[in-house]
Design a protein around this ligand. Structure first.
Ligand SMILES: Nc1ncnc2c1ncn2[C@@H]1O[C@H](COP(=O)(O)OP(=O)(O)O)[C@@H](O)[C@H]1O
Ligand SMILES: CC(=O)OP(=O)(O)O
Ligand SMILES: [Mg+2]
Length: 405
């Protein structure tokens, strides 16, 4: 069964085509730096042990332009993997915000699309791109079932003490205002890999997803008990273009004293803040170049980024009442050894001791980067949201085979 997976992040589209139940993809791809100059498309064909890679650089203004390129590559005479889009039987979509309506993987219907649309304002960098992915996929893969896997699902296990806000309770009971948490597919995937590696399904771990969007989760025995993003994917850590935690009084000051409209504030905090606001660049590779060139703003931004993560490690170690491992994942977490070093520095009182040499080793597989005597394991675990999504889609189809007829 051919299942195509689309993962639209805020700055990227990742895709993979699987012939399930084989979980080795037939092709994978990444469109990155969407909305910036020189977007990069990397399309990989995988046949047995052979790999054929096509790389293109172009300016892609938005996710729609990116998805059009992906569709062309898939059916291209030379580098395509399917002759006819009707060969795809199901398309699995990452959908970031599932709000109150969706706690698990769901077949996409008109009603489901309407719900996803209602949540645009809560995840403005994501749900519109996810929705667009669904519409484009419906047009191209006309015979395929469309399935949504929600970022919020893994965090449904959080207890009220973690997900409630201290505002009048009717805002929760009548309007669903609570923390939902995001990147759940990634936190779930790396959690499973970590527990398997530790051979301990009761382990207390902190998963740290550092991509363009960033979030951390306290996981106890495989279950999310707290996470740094909340009602929308804006708070918590400092991100590529998002502020993370700020004092809400700043918003009132911007509106009441400085004359900002709410739309402007929304745009400011989602698109012009974070590393972008501090340095003019959202991509960590650009920040690293800035630091190498002696740019002080880039240095401060980098320090702030690491400092915020340290604070969350401390608070999650406290709520877990112990710590077996911290896990780095996603674009920055997997590739940027300098940020891992900065985060883990002076954390030995918590049992976190980084091995600087192991930390520098580049690899695409799960690795341990702590010293031999470190009480807490420090792991780099490459995430694979697409694999997690395809497994969930396949499970849904197997459970309800009628959905394919
Ligand atoms: N070698 C690298 N060193 C530092 N950062 C990197 C490297 N490769 C990728 N990144 C960073 O990863 C981030 C994108 O991560 P990713 O998980 O793909 O994001 P998203 O899914 O949120 O769009 C970018 O900020 C990029 O700079
Ligand atoms: C939820 C979120 O921030 O996703 P991403 O990191 O892919 O932008
Ligand atoms: Mg991502």
């Amino acid at each position: 069964m051919n299942i195509f997976i689309i993962n639209s992040g805020s700055s990227s589209i990742k895709y993979q085509l699987f012939k399930m139940p084989n979980t080795k993809p037939i092709c994978t791809g990444l469109v990155e730096r969407i909305g910036l100059e020189n977007s990069i498309i990397t399309h990989k064909l995988l046949k047995g042990d052979e790999e054929k890679i096509i790389r293109k650089t172009m300016d892609l203004v938005d996710h729609e332009a990116g998805l059009q390129q992906v569709a062309e590559l898939l059916t291209d005479k030379e580098v395509g993997v399917i002759k006819d889009p009707r060969e795809i039987e199901a398309v699995g979509h990452r959908v970031v915000h599932g709000g109150e309506s969706f706690a698990s993987t769901t077949m996409i219907t008109k009603e489901v699309k309407a719900e996803i649309k209602k949540l645009f304002s809560l995840a403005p960098l994501h749900n519109p791109a996810n929705y667009l992915g669904i519409e484009v996929a419906e047009k191209i893969f006309t015979l395929a079932k469309q399935i949504a896997v929600f970022d919020t699902a893994f965090h449904q296990t959080m207890p009220p003490v973690a997900y409630r806000y201290a505002i009048p309770q009717s805002f929760y009971s009548e309007r669903g205002i609570r923390a939902y948490g995001f990147h759940g597919t990634s936190h779930k995937y790396v959690t499973a890999k970590t527990l398997q590696y530790l051979k301990n399904d009761k382990a207390k771990i902190i998963t740290i997803h550092l991509g363009n969007g960033c979030s951390m989760t306290a996981v106890n025995a495989g279950v999310s008990i707290d996470t740094s993003m909340g009602f929308g994917p804006l708070n918590g850590l400092i991100m590529g273009t998002r502020s993370g935690d700020i004092d809400p009084s700043i918003i009132f000051h911007l509106v009441n004293q400085l004359g900002y409209s709410l739309d402007q504030v929304n745009n400011l905090l989602n698109k012009q803040s974070g590393m972008m606001g501090l340095t003019g660049f959202s991509d960590m590779r650009d920040i690293l170049k800035g630091i190498a060139a002696g740019n002080e703003q880039a240095e401060l931004a980098y320090d702030m980024y690491a400092y915020r993560i340290k604070k969350y490690i401390g608070s999650y170690a406290a709520v877990l009442n112990g710590l077996d491992a911290i896990v780095f994942t996603a674009g920055v977490g997997e590739n940027d050894c300098a940020i891992r070093q900065m985060i883990c520095a002076e954390m030995d009182f918590l049992g976190i001791k980084l091995d600087e040499e192991k930390n520098k080793v580049r690899s695409a597989s799960l690795r341990e980067i702590n010293t031999d005597d470190s009480p807490v394991k420090i792991l780099v675990v490459p995430t694979n949201e697409e694999l997690e999504i395809v497994e969930q889609c396949f499970e849904l189809i197997e459970k309800q085979p009628s959905v394919l007829s």
